[in-house]
Design a protein around this ligand. Structure first.
Ligand code: TYD
Ligand code: MG
Length: 449
């Protein structure tokens, strides 16, 4: 009797594995993410292997690999990649549909035009004509680029091997399937198998391959977690569709740090680099309104200023509302409770709306004090002195705690013409040319006394 093939159920979000299907993953709590797949059938009793010690490499004789990188002429991207595209690397470019992945990919191709070697654009979701339309918008007339509209992985690999391009892109990984694996394109088994094969191809030929991958808001559908283990570099393009900016973040990078973000703005000529990010988030005409406070955010190694706005108004009936855009709702609840208790301002009959202007989403605790100041400023209908930046983490006791990279944030504020700062008390802080007010608790905010 042949044994039944064993199947297991793996969560597309966290990759936890179960023997039975259920509607909800008990490991991460996500709904309808369990997908059936074949269990690894281990063959019993592999013959005992004799190991030849000569196969071991003496580590003291190992020299560092030289990594040559191809710059893409998009400085923001090169910075995120750690200096450029590494030959033979497999790069995953993820993001929500419509965020600009294909656009960015095409802009990378432009940089590779300078080689006298062909490049290969493989699309499983768009025709050559559609890609041409996008290239025209970017004012880009490729000379070296070849196009292949194909979804079968084995054919794609054959094409890459035959052409040996200087760069290949596959748009998108969800549309590609392997003939050797069961299931339709886009399921976890397929994605995993296809990625492993492409990784092998990239490594053996030394061709950099970029895979684009669709990710939904909570990152479920595409099973990107499974992919992250396999590829060399994981980049996510994020942003708000209704605002022009896009942020490129490295989540994993075998050839560089993951501490970098690139900032772009989506224009009618594709993605343009933004050197001075504070300018887009802060806007030009900052008015002195109650409930509006400027603070500074650190993303990767960059600092940029942004505006925090609060609107506090009497609850018309029933339960007070707390609404946020771009900010953690639980953090707002906590800060509101701290204000009520420690600054003796009763917010229990007040609705609070909080907005991080510009569509940016953040969890940086350094913004706490700015949020507190914005709420109090709106509640009291008082404005803060113009050109003031507010920074500080707020604890449950209402105490204002130090924030990391404070000097960098203050420098950014100075660069943009800010002259006053309200910050936590910190030892050895050196700032020149800024009127600094160091406070210990939120009760010391100038809006309260
Ligand atoms: P696209 O790169 O197709 O997104 P993705 O591959 O991530 O699904 O493009 C996304 C959006 O960008 C699309 O709605 C059109 C817009 N866009 C511009 O605003 N300017 C441009 O120059 C281009 C090429 C696209
Ligand atoms: Mg696309």
């Amino acid at each position: 009797m042949t044994p039944q093939p064993k199947t297991i159920f793996a969560c597309a979000k966290c990759d936890a594995q179960f023997s039975k299907w259920s509607g909800r993953c008990s490991a991460c709590g996500a709904w309808s993410t369990l997908k059936e797949q074949m269990a690894d059938n281990k063959k019993p009793g592999a013959a005992a292997i004799k190991f030849d010690l000569g196969q071991l490499q003496d580590f003291s004789t190992v020299t560092q690999d030289k990594i040559s990188r191809q710059r893409t002429n998009l400085n923001e991207l090169d910075q995120v990649l750690g200096g450029g595209v590494v030959p033979g690397s497999l790069i995953l470019l993820g993001g929500e549909p419509g965020i600009g992945k294909s656009t960015l990919a095409l802009q990378i191709f432009r940089a590779f035009e300078t080689f006298n070697r062909p490049t290969l654009y493989i699309s499983g979701e768009e025709s050559a004509g559609q890609v041409k339309l996008r290239a025209d918008r970017l004012n880009f007339t490729p000379k070296q680029m070849k196009f292949l509209g194909e979804t079968q992985c084995e054919k794609i690999i054959a094409a890459i091997t035959a052409l040996n391009p200087s760069l290949a892109i596959i748009d998108s990984i969800q549309t590609i399937h392997s003939a050797e694996v069961e299931g339709e394109a886009g399921n976890i088994n397929q994605i995993r198998a296809v990625t492993v094969k492409l990784l092998e191809t990239a490594k053996t030929l030394g061709v950099p391959i970029i895979l684009t991958g669709h990710v939904t808001k909570d990152g479920v559908v595409a099973g990107p977690k499974t992919l992250e283990h396999l590829v060399d570099v994981v980049l996510y393009l994020e942003g708000d569709k209704y605002h022009g900016y896009r942020m490129l973040r490295a989540v994993k990078n075998r050839f560089g740090s993951t501490n970098e973000v690139g900032v772009f703005s989506m224009t009618d000529k594709g993605l343009q680099e933004v050197a001075n990010a504070s300018k887009i988030f802060l806007g030009e005409n900052l008015q002195n309104l109650s409930g509006s406070v400027v603070s500074c955010l650190i993303e990767g190694s960059r600092a940029f200023l942004l505006e925090v706005q609060a609107l506090v108004s009497m609850t018309p009936f029933g339960y007070p509302q707390r609404k946020t855009a771009g900010y953690d709702i639980n953090r707002l609840q906590m800060l509101a409770a701290v204000i009520t208790k420690r600054a003796k301002i009763n917010l229990s009959n007040q609705d609070i709306h909080l907005n991080i202007v510009g569509g940016i989403k953040t969890k940086d605790p350094a913004l706490d004090l700015a949020v507190v100041a914005a709420i109090i400023s709106s509640y009291r209908n008082l404005t803060l002195p113009k050109d003031t930046i507010i920074l500080g983490e707020v604890g449950l006791g209402g105490e204002v705690r130090p924030v990391f990279n404070l000097e960098k944030r203050l420098k950014e504020a100075q660069k943009l013409g800010f002259t006053k700062a309200i910050i936590p008390r910190m030892k050895n802080l050196k700032v020149e040319g800024l009127d600094v007010q160091a406070i210990e608790t939120i009760a010391n905010l100038p809006l309260i006394s």
